[in-house]
Design a protein around this ligand. Structure first.
Ligand SMILES: Nc1nc2c(c(=O)[nH]1)N[C@H]1C(S)=C(S)[C@@H](COP(=O)(O)O)O[C@H]1N2
Ligand SMILES: [Mo]
Length: 337
């Protein structure tokens, strides 16, 4: 990716929101106070959540989304002691090359993306292939909130509260055959609404493609997200359906998915095809394997100013070693980056 990395300084902890701050926010009551449309807040939202989501712009969630919002608060694994990234940063500092290569381009341009109606094709090595309208595709799944770190290969990171369901639940539903070894995802291709796909910037061979080994996809941390910050996904974050694999660099978390295929061969993925010496198929977050052009030992946790950079050490598997390290026993992570 085409980036400048500010010089990393020592890690400091100012980005951890003190417990006392959350406690003092308990007095904040009612969604209206926060300017949030009541309908866009999850049922479980507490006064704390109202404060935490204070800058969230209300969405226009389709009815199936509101009906499926989780009734219990947290999923199994969450970032507990790190502040959630403000909604404004999470929605205005994006990588979504279909809408342009600048960080502000997706927010500026993704409004043109039509996410309703939306259909998803499931094909390949599955017992139950099909093309589904999104609301039908979603029927079997219970939504839950997962607060995950997101670490971009460009050495910045965020903490985002997603709403989604495990990829494993999808796999159970579509019944992979014994030949299925990988799962492949494809983003919408629509040059009419995606200026990046019609520009002369022909680095990417559209559509954007990503993939996982089947056992990685089965890991409970891997989710398909349909929402964030208590509302449906903003277009620039990959509406209406995206992958989130928090132990891997952000480019694995493919946005605006229209096709999910179970395949026997390792798929050719977008960034690996562009520069295989810089971006691998695995793309596990690994502070000990540097990108050829910059270190991966540290990261800027957004928001982070040029004059007051918020830098922290990058963790192996982005802090999810307990959950995922066993997927890679015996694999040389230096070769399989
Ligand atoms: N289709 C598509 N998916 C994509 C990208 C993209 O350019 N196109 N960028 C990836 C990269 S590099 C990152 S870091 C994350 C960013 O997700 P966010 O904007 O929601 O933070 O999306 C990933 N998914
Ligand atoms: Mo990224």
């Amino acid at each position: 990716m085409l980036i400048k990395v500010p010089k990393a300084s020592d890690c400091h902890e100012s980005d951890v929101t003190p417990e006392s701050l959350y406690l003092s926010r308990r007095s904040v009551l009612g969604a209206a106070v926060a300017g949030l449309a009541v309908s866009s807040l999850p049922r479980w939202a507490s006064a704390d959540d109202v404060a935490r989501y204070a800058d969230v712009e209300p969405g226009k969630a389709p009815s199936w989304f509101a009906e499926k919002l989780p009734s219990t608060k947290w999923g199994a694994v969450n970032v507990k002691d790190e502040a959630i990234t403000p909604f404004k940063d999470a929605t205005h500092y994006n990588n979504f090359y279909e809408f342009g290569t600048d960080k502000g381009d997706p927010a500026a341009n993704a409004g043109a993306l039509k996410t309703e109606p939306w259909s998803v094709v499931v094909d390949g090595e599955v017992g139950k292939p099909g093309r589904y309208a999104l609301e039908d595709f979603m029927k079997p799944y219970q939504l839950e909130e997962r607060i995950y770190r997101l670490r971009c290969v460009e050495a910045w990171s965020m903490v985002i509260p997603w709403i989604g369901f495990p990829v494993s639940a999808l796999l159970k539903e579509v019944e992979p055959t014994s030949k299925a070894k990988f799962i492949r995802f494809e983003t919408l291709q629509d040059p009419k609404s995606m200026p990046g796909q019609r520009s002369g910037f022909a680095l990417i061979d559209w559509p954007y493609v990503e993939g996982l080994r089947l056992d990685e996809a089965m890991n409970p941390l891997a989710i398909l997200a349909v929402g964030m910050y208590g509302r449906e996904l903003p277009n620039q974050n990959g509406a209406p359906l995206r992958l989130v694999v928090p132990w891997k660099y952000g480019f694995k978390s493919i946005k605006s998915i229209v096709r999910i295929s179970l395949v026997s061969e390792q798929p050719k993925t977008t960034w690996q095809s562009i520069a295989s010496d810089e971006y691998g198929f695995y793309a596990n977050v690994n502070p000990t394997v540097d990108h050829p052009r910059w270190t991966q030992a540290r990261e800027r946790r957004l928001p982070s100013g040029l004059f007051k950079p918020n830098v922290r050490d990058t963790q192996m598997f982005n802090g999810y070693s307990d959950e995922v390290a066993s997927l890679y026993t015996g694999l040389d992570l230096r070769k399989n980056y």
